[in-house]
Ligand binder design. Structure first.
Ligand SMILES: [Zn+2]
Length: 117
């Protein structure tokens, strides 16, 4: 229960568009540089998943298939839950678009979580 409560807190912060996301947004940077997916760590989103001004991006992560504003809000699936499912399913590239050359889900996941995979 403790970890679930932690997850909810993190997601709420993201939905608010502040705080918890700073590390990721900061890592990706602004102004043309890609944003990192908070679910799978993919550094290639066109927009911040959530911003204070405009809410969810409704962008679908091509790596894990998470749709910001839909998977989380409408379906109630947390980033952590989706991440676990994605890992359990073999960390497959989600999009029909080809993954970038040298794409390695383990590397992006490590960059996101800071944990060895
Ligand atoms: Zn993703």
């Amino acid at each position: 229960m403790r970890s679930r409560r932690g997850t909810a807190r993190i997601d709420a912060a993201w939905i608010g568009g502040v705080r918890t996301g700073e590390a990721w947004i900061g890592a990706a940077g602004r102004g043309g540089t890609p944003f990192r997916c908070p679910v799978c760590g993919y550094l290639g989103l066109d927009e911040a998943p959530w911003t204070e001004e405009s809410g969810a991006s409704y962008e679908i992560c091509p790596s894990c298939g998470f749709e910001f504003g839909v998977t989380d809000v409408d379906r109630g699936i947390s980033y952590e839950q989706r991440r676990r499912e994605w890992i359990a399913a073999g960390m497959r590239w989600w999009s029909r678009r080809r993954p970038p050359p040298g794409w390695d889900p383990r590397v992006q996941l490590r960059e996101l979580t800071g944990e060895p995979s």
